[in-house]
Design a protein around this ligand. Structure first.
Ligand SMILES: NC(=O)c1ccc[n+]([C@@H]2O[C@H](COP(=O)([O-])OP(=O)(O)OC[C@H]3O[C@@H](n4cnc5c(N)ncnc54)[C@H](O)[C@@H]3O)[C@@H](O)[C@H]2O)c1
Ligand SMILES: N[C@@H](CCC=O)C(=O)O
Length: 835
């Protein structure tokens, strides 16, 4: 139910008058806090936004949001019947079928009652970014009206620029040209006169027709505010007393020669606004690239509505029950067999992504199976922007920390369901195209594992929160509270698992931390989709800040900040060591000791005993070494085969490798695909060439590569007689396997497998290899850990072994507080022994 009364009904008349020619049909929203309207013209050149606050009405009551679809011409006809000094009352029922307009003469001698039929409109709403512009001008609204009227006589478009002294309007047309300069007469903080504030110059060009139409709002306000930056929609705002405003946004004129320019999208204001959102994290960076200045959209940070006020309202933080989470199960995996529904849906998603995402310019993430195509354009954060993102996260911290656990968990459980359902194929398509996985590998990673991370982590977190001291002395109550860390957590993720990006960022967030997430430049699109899914699931703005950027400078900005409380890293050993050293060097700067969690490289082994089931050992070795082109940290890259079974092992391996198919995203039957990028291709190739030239090694399978279309490298097997051979020790991270007949130790200790039937051997190997692998397999391949089944992580140079997908990992993101409460007051300070 809405009832809104305005004694000065004339204001409403003027509002409708100013909108009449610009808006045909629109949804007004009547909300408890006021009336709003947003409308865009059909050509998407202008956007109108109206706000009338509830407290500006003499009487206002609205219990819930009611969208009211109105034909403006009809409304305008009715409202014209109100005299200028009439009071106007608007009344609408919840059913939204009609709107009553009641006009009362001042002495109540006349009361007119009209009923306007409402429409059911499906109108697109655009979320408007809160940006600040390079130039802000406040001037008398009549002056702007005059400028538009005068210049319209000469031409159709107006150029506007400003100096500190004046704002200048110029026009050119068939009959000649003209210009008007309006001088600055007042300081910026004064309401009268003309004031100009300028961060940097801007020179913009707009349609005069629309600008002139905007000036129909002149009777509403003595002043008007113009805000503009190059290549951005201009804002023209007429305040409506203290009650609200009418804002007009106008797309700049498009220069036809300029089609390749990022924002010259046919002058479409909707696309521009979406563009602003898309780039909200790094707008200034793009602008710098474009040689333009779009002012400082304060990145994601402004996008943040004020943090949800859990911390300000004691009742909203009340937890009035111990909620059991829904039981969690591993995500059932789909098979992608020929003609299955999932195969058809995934093929469709891959096609759609290829059709809509490839761009011809500013490309950064390639399609690795066809590197001429770019998967997405993305923009990199500058160090200043990273600092703003940190500030934004820190602003969101209090509200997030205070949100009860079951509310936080609900967000991640919902994200899991969104990914299991509507986002599954889109996420997989981005992983397939951008990171070079085939359907099954993408299913394992981008669907199942990430869903499992989100669901199981909620269950692990619930288990942690329920762990309480087992004992209480008489008259006391002991409790433990699992506080998030003081400061922010940095997540730095690798290219090779979409799920890892999602877990690195969301595990600390689930425990109440705010997170700055720097994704890998080779996994941008899939990781961006993860962020979108989390936002759609209800993650409050600012809690996880997604900040793609150049590795070193972004990491520097993050790691040098005094509020750094933790690093959740997965990637290569060298990079993690660098991070560790950097944190060590900065130790005096930080407010606390940052937690360092890093899962890093591996040199994973298959140990084949002569009692092994040979085909099982060979097939598992092929899967582990060559699925996803050996680009799993767990991939087998060295195999020990005793002399006695070597000929049979070798023969079967070579025969099977001869049947392996290789291809790109759409080739569902291909077992093997491309490696991720040029750097990986070159690195792997150099190892193959090293082996080809070596005296103590020979290539016994594969060894060819081709980067003419995508980064393809054949599954390659090197046999060596040197147990210390380079490819036996260094992580190659590609489809290259080295075989030797004797085992040796390694600085890495991530995964490893023993293949044997002899139980004594299995038992003995498990014993002696205890520290050789954080994930140890018996008669199974060294890859493919499943969340909730085999917590994952390695030791030695392979990482801190904090076991992703387990409670062990989540413990790293909390700082427990022990609380003891005494119920019985002391009656004296002395102890009995003092008597
Ligand atoms: N142990 C595990 O659980 C696990 C899982 C997946 C991948 N990995 C390892 O990751 C590596 C492959 O992934 P990758 O190529 O993306 O790794 P990488 O080390 O090149 O990059 C990982 C992340 O670190 C960032 N980075 C690069 N240089 C940096 C610097 N100087 N400071 C801070 N950050 C920097 C990258 O931009 C990326 O986001 C392999 O070594 C693999 O074994 C390990
Ligand atoms: N957890 C994955 C590896 C992740 C690293 O790339 C596996 O067990 O294969």
């Amino acid at each position: 139910m809405l009832e809104a009364r305005l004694a000065q009904g004339n204001v409403l008349k003027k509002v409708i008058d100013s909108l009449r020619d610009l808006v045909n049909e629109a949804n007004f929203e009547f909300t408890p806090s006021g009336i709003t309207l947003q409308s865009m013209d059909s050509a998407h050149v202008i956007l109108v936004s109206l706000l009338l606050r509830a407290d500006g009405f003499d009487n206002y009551r609205c219990d819930r949001t009611i969208p009211v679809g109105i034909n403006m011409a009809s409304l305008s006809k009715i409202i014209r019947a109100a005299a200028n000094d009439d009071a106007i009352t608007l009344r609408a029922d919840d059913n939204g079928e009609s709107l009553n307009l009641i006009f009362e003469a001042p002495n109540a001698g006349r009361v007119s009652d009209y009923e306007l039929k409402l429409m059911d409109l499906d109108v697109e709403q655009v979320a408007l970014p809160d940006m600040s512009y390079d130039v802000t001008v406040r001037m008398p609204s009549e002056e702007l009206q005059r400028v538009c009227r005068d210049l319209s006589a000469v031409g159709e478009s107006v150029t506007i620029n400003a100096t500190k002294e004046s704002i200048n309007f110029g026009v050119k047309g068939e009959l000649g040209s003209g210009s008007i300069a309006i001088r600055s007469t007042a300081p910026v903080d004064k309401k009268e006169g003309v004031s100009i504030s300028m961060r940097q110059p801007a020179d913009v060009s707009f349609s005069l027709k629309f600008l002139t139409q905007f000036t129909k709002a002149t009777p509403l306000s003595e002043t008007v505010r113009l805000e503009f930056s190059n290549e951005c929609p201009m804002l023209v705002e007429y305040p409506i007393g203290d009650m609200g405003y009418i804002r007009f946004y106008l797309a700049p004129k498009v220069d036809d020669d300029d089609e390749d320019k990022m924002w010259s999208v046919g002058g479409d204001i909707r696309d521009m606004i979406y563009g602003l959102w898309d780039t909200v994290y790094d707008l200034r960076e793009i602008c710098r690239k474009l040689g333009t200045r779009a002012g400082n959209i304060t990145p994601s940070l402004k996008k943040m509505s004020p943090p949800t006020a859990y911390h300000t309202s004691p009742t909203s933080a009340a937890l009035l029950g111990h909620f059991s989470l829904p039981a969690v199960q591993n995500e059932p995996m789909k098979t992608y067999a020929p003609n299955s529904v999932e195969r058809i849906e995934l093929q469709k998603a891959i096609k759609e992504m290829q059709a809509t995402i490839f761009t011809k310019n500013l490309a950064q993430q390639e399609v690795c199976a066809n590197h001429k195509n770019m998967l997405c354009t993305y923009h990199q954060a500058s160090p200043e922007l990273v600092n703003e993102a940190i500030d934004g996260a820190m602003k969101a911290k209090a509200g997030w920390e205070a949100m009860p656990f079951h509310e936080r968990a609900a967000i991640f459980l919902k994200a899991a369901d969104l990914l299991s359902g509507p986002y599954r194929y889109k996420m997989m398509a981005a992983t397939i195209l951008g990171q070079g996985k085939n359907a099954w590998q993408a299913e394992i990673d981008a669907a199942a594992e990430l869903i499992d991370f989100w669901r199981f982590n909620c269950a692990f977190a619930a288990q942690i929160y329920s762990e309480q001291p087992p004992k209480n002395s008489p008259g006391t109550w002991n409790r433990v509270e699992y506080r998030p860390l003081e400061g922010f957590v940095v997540a730095i993720s690798p290219f090779n698992f979409t799920a890892i990006g999602g877990n690195l960022s969301s595990a600390p967030a689930l425990m109440g931390n705010v997170v700055l997430w720097k994704p890998s430049s080779s996994a941008i699109l899939s990781n961006y989709i993860i962020h979108n899914v989390l936002m759609e699931a209800g993650l409050p703005d600012g809690v996880i800040q997604f900040i793609p950027g150049p590795s070193a400078s972004t990491a520097d900005a993050l790691l040098n900040h005094p509020a750094l409380a933790g690093v959740h890293f997965t990637g290569s050993t060298d990079v993690f060591k660098k991070i560790w050293k950097q944190v060590g060097n900065n130790i005096d700067k930080y407010h606390s000791y940052p937690r360092l969690v890093g899962e890093t490289g591996g040199k994973n082994f298959h140990f084949i005993h002569e009692s092994a089931d040979l085909p099982n050992a060979v097939y598992n070795t092929i899967r582990s070494a060559f699925e996803y082109q050996g680009q799993k940290c767990s991939a087998c890259s060295r195999v020990y085969v005793p002399d006695s079974i070597w000929p049979q092992f070798r023969e079967l391996l070579q025969t099977e490798l001869g049947t392996i198919t290789q291809g790109g995203a759409e080739e569902f039957t291909a077992f093997s695909g491309p490696v991720v990028n040029r750097a990986a291709f070159d690195k792997i190739r150099s190892y193959i060439e090293f082996a080809r030239d070596a005296k103590d090694a020979k290539i016994i399978a594969g060894g060819k590569y081709n980067d003419s279309r995508g980064y393809f490298i054949e599954p390659t097997v090197i046999e060596t007689t040197n147990v210390e051979f380079k490819t036996m020790k260094e992580e190659i991270f590609g489809p290259v396997l080295t075989l030797h007949i004797a085992a040796t130790g390694s600085t890495y200790a991530l995964t490893g497998s023993i293949f044997a039937k002899d139980r004594n051997i299995i038992s003995h190997a498990s014993e002696v290899l205890r520290h050789a692998a954080g994930n140890f397999y018996i008669n199974d391949k060294s890859t493919g850990a499943v969340v909730g089944q085999q917590p994952f992580g390695g030791a030695r140079q392979s990482g801190t072994n904090d076991k992703a997908g387990s409670a062990l990992n989540l413990y790293r993101w909390v700082s427990p507080r022990s609380i003891k409460e005494s119920f019985v007051p002391l009656t004296h300070w002395s102890y009995p022994s003092n008597q």
